[in-house]
Write a protein that binds this ligand. Structure first.
Ligand SMILES: [Zn+2]
Length: 421
């Protein structure tokens, strides 16, 4: 019987792989665009199509079923109308649009969607969530590989350093590590930092049990100067990716607005996730779902920071903490948020309700009796009231404990399977 299931599995994956070959070449199509607007409206403007040599994604899991992310891209085969590829993602524009500044003026940000390179004409559609959390179609563009102009970038010549390789990119989670603020003389330090990051990452559950599902590669791009911009310390340096602390006016939030440049560099290796490693001891970092993660090398002394951040970028996990003066507009009342590890209890059935013991009350009181129980504890997603988290403590809430809660762990493992099966 076991053999039967094994062959059935083989057959299904062979058929799925054949589907990939019908529609796609093993290269990437990258669409760069500009996303602009303010707190009320937003606009998309196409910039360019780029063909990239490498595709690091799956050949079997073409449709994303998680439906995580503020935004979504869907690719349809023009002839049949069939959906052949989809992915969710987030962006810095979305975060900025929730700030005070966005009430005063409009601003533009670079965004990108990446997909395997289509063999035939396709229709690419971009979607954005509305207030009720359903997706609205916002931008539509055709792409014909025989007729549409695209730039072919097969001249990626930056050195790629293998840090941890466990198999073919199409069956693994491929992380590309990009150096930021490492000078020509600091290549040795960068490689050492990459190994430190990788070792610490794989020491942490559930990544520790899934080491063989990951590839880690580093691209070498020297910067003119060390470190990163830090406006509050009056530090401005010339670096490869132009990162800066104080992004969106939060001192520890270190991101870059030059997203298309990040994608140019990342394209040197096949990848699913981009990890920017900033050469500084100043505390900070940041991450957005299927966008990129940033860690400072100083975090390597406290690896929980970059493991926490990667939870956002890789598995779409929300922060499980609330602030005293809450961001009231972050999660609308009466609507279930999309993140797998927080709930407003509006549609708890779609979340982790099946993991809660029958004798645990919902909402769950935050007292000693329930310390180790899965429940729904109030205070998460930056608010104290109305948004609930699965456990008293978790890596997505604080660094007091040393583990992801069961709900976050499951979300991470499900995502690892999505990339590697
Ligand atoms: Zn959690």
């Amino acid at each position: 019987m076991r053999n039967y299931f094994f062959f059935l599995f083989l057959l299904i994956s062979t058929i799925a792989s054949a589907q990939f070959d019908i529609y796609f070449e093993n290269h990437s199509l990258r669409m760069d665009y500009i996303h602009s607007g303010n707190d009320k409206t937003d606009n998309y403007a196409f910039k360019e199509f780029i063909k990239e040599e490498k595709w690091g994604g799956s050949h079997t899991q073409m449709i994303e079923t998680f439906e995580y992310g503020k935004y979504f891209v869907k690719v349809f085969d023009k002839n049949t109308g069939k959906l052949i590829y989809s992915r969710g993602y987030g962006s810095l524009f979305h975060e900025w649009s929730t700030t005070k500044e966005a009430k005063e003026f409009s601003r533009s940000f670079e965004e990108t969607v990446l997909m395997p390179f289509p063999k035939n004409e396709v229709i690419i559609k971009l979607y954005s969530r509305n207030k009720s959390m359903t997706f609205d179609e916002r931008f539509v563009i055709p792409f014909n590989p025989q007729k549409t102009f695209f730039e072919y970038k097969n001249d990626n010549i930056l050195p790629v350093i293998d840090i941890h390789i466990s198999g073919e990119p199409k069956k693994k989670v491929d992380i590309v590590i990009l150096p930021e603020g490492y000078t020509e003389d600091e290549l040795g330090k960068f490689i050492k930092d990459c190994h430190t990051l990788t070792n610490q990452f794989f020491a942490f559950a559930p990544y520790s049990q899934n080491k063989d599902k990951f590839n880690m590669r580093a691209v070498w791009i020297p910067s003119k100067e060390s470190g990163s911009d830090s406006p509050r310390d009056s530090v401005e340096v010339s670096t490869a990716l132009n990162t800066s602390f104080n992004t969106l006016y939060s001192d520890r939030y270190c991101m870059t607005l030059d997203y298309h440049r990040v994608r140019d560099y990342a394209a040197n290796a096949p990848y699913d996730q981009i990890y920017i490693l900033v050469n500084t001891d100043k505390y900070g970092g940041g991450a957005i779902y299927n966008y990129y993660s940033v860690s400072v090398s100083g975090n390597l002394k406290s690896p929980k920071v970059f493991i926490h951040e990667f939870g956002h970028a890789f598995a779409g996990l929300a922060d499980e903490y609330g602030y005293e003066d809450s961001f009231e507009n972050m999660y609308a009342k009466g609507v279930e948020p999309w993140e797998p590890n927080i709930t407003t209890l509006v549609d708890f059935d779609t979340k982790w309700k099946d993991m809660v013991a029958s004798n645990t009350p919902i909402p769950t009181p935050a007292n000693a009796k329930y310390t180790d129980k899965i429940g729904a504890f109030e205070g998460a997603g930056y608010v104290k009231k109305g948004v609930y988290r699965p456990k008293m403590d978790c890596m997505m809430r604080s660094f007091d404990g040393d583990v992801f809660c069961e709900v976050c762990s499951k979300a991470i493992v499900d995502m690892i399977k999505f990339y590697s099966e």
